[in-house]
Ligand binder design. Structure first.
Ligand code: SF4
Length: 280
C-alpha cells in the first residue's frame, strides 16, 4: 500500500486520472465501515445505477464541472433552473442536509451550546418546535424554519455511515430522496458527488465558509464526532440558499400545500414536514 502514498493519490486527483477526482478519499476509505456499507448496499446491489452514476461523474469531471475552486461555495447538478423545476414537481421537497458542526458549541458554557447535544441528529426545534435563547443564533434553526415553509425534509448529518444508511441507501433502493440540498465542507463536496450520482440524487451543494475540515484526517475525526470548531456559511451562500428555499415554497412553486400548522415529524433520523410523513 506504500505505493499509494497520500501525495501520489492527491496528484492523481489533481490530474483527474481516469476522469476521477476521489482517488485519495477512496483509498483512505478502503477499510472503513461506511465504504463497505455503500459498496454492498448500493454499488453491488444496484450495478446498473452504479454504472450510470460513474458514467455521469466521469462526464462531469471531463468537462471540469465543477472545477475545483469554483465549487467551493455553491454547486448545482443539474443547473439551478432544472434542479428547481424537478424539485417543484415532487412531494416532498429536496432533503435539506445540515452538518452537526453548524450547531452552536461552547465547551465552557452549556447555555451557549445546542441543548440537544453535539454530534447527533437531534434538534429541539425540529423535534418539538421548542427553542432556547441559543437557537436564535443557530443556522440550523434559521434554515430549518425555511425548510419547513418549503415543505422539505430536514436532516442533521453526522457520520458517513449514517448518511449512507439514512439517505443514500433508501434513495438508491426506493427513490426516497431524489433531490437534496446539502451544506458540507469543501473536502466532503469532492467526496460526495460520485456516491450521490450513483444514487441518482439531483443535488445543490453549498460549502462552509469557516470552521470546515481541510483534509482527510480532520474529516475522519469529525466523522467520529470529534469536532470542536463551529462551521459557518457566508452571507452570499445564505442568501442563495434561502432564495432557493423561497422558490420551493408551495405557494410559489405550485406544489400541494399542507393545511394547518406546519411542523416536523421524526422518522428515523429524518425530520419530515407534516404534509409528508411516510411513518404516520
Ligand atoms: S435550533 Fe436545534 S440545533 Fe440549533 S441550537 Fe437549537 S436545538 Fe440546537
Amino acid at each position: 500500500m506504500a505505493v499509494f502514498s497520500p501525495h501520489l493519490l492527491s496528484r492523481l486527483d489533481k490530474a483527474k486520472f481516469g476522469k476521477i477526482r476521489v482517488w485519495e478519499f477512496s483509498f483512505r476509505s478502503l477499510f472503513k465501515e461506511y465504504a463497505w456499507l455503500f459498496l454492498i448496499k448500493a454499488v453491488v446491489a444496484h450495478p446498473v445505477k452504479t454504472a450510470r452514476g460513474i458514467r455521469r461523474y466521469r462526464r462531469i469531471v471531463r468537462a471540469d464541472k465543477p472545477s475545483a475552486p469554483e465549487y467551493v461555495r455553491f454547486h448545482c447538478l443539474p443547473e439551478e433552473a432544472d434542479f428547481l423545476r424537478s424539485a417543484r414537481a415532487r412531494q416532498p421537497g429536496p432533503l435539506i442536509g445540515l452538518g452537526f458542526c453548524l450547531k452552536p458549541y461552547d465547551p465552557e458554557d452549556p447555555s451557549r451550546s445546542c441543548p440537544s447535544g453535539r454530534a447527533n441528529h437531534d434538534c429541539l426545534y425540529f423535534e418539538r418546535g421548542e427553542t432556547r435563547p441559543v437557537c436564535a443564533g443557530c443556522a440550523i434553526y434559521d434554515i430549518g424554519r425555511r425548510a419547513l415553509e418549503a415543505e422539505c425534509p430536514a436532516y442533521i448529518m453526522t457520520s458517513a455511515k449514517d448518511i449512507a444508511r439514512d439517505f443514500m441507501i433508501p434513495q438508491i433502493s426506493r427513490d426516497s430522496f431524489p433531490a437534496a440540498i446539502l451544506l458540507l465542507c469543501p473536502y466532503s463536496i469532492q467526496a460526495i458527488i460520485l456516491p450521490l450520482l450513483i444514487c441518482g440524487v439531483q443535488m445543490t451543494l453549498l460549502s462552509y465558509a469557516s470552521g470546515s475540515c481541510a483534509d482527510y484526517g480532520q474529516w475522519l475525526k469529525a466523522d467520529w464526532g470529534i469536532k470542536e470548531e463551529r462551521t459557518t456559511i457566508d452571507a452570499r451562500s445564505q442568501e442563495r440558499l434561502l432564495g432557493l428555499l423561497g422558490k420551493l415554497r408551495p405557494e410559489d412553486g405550485g406544489r400541494v400545500q399542507s393545511r394547518g400548522n406546519r411542523r416536523f415529524h421524526r422518522g428515523g433520523n429524518i425530520f419530515y414536514p407534516s404534509v409528508y410523513h411516510p411513518h404516520k
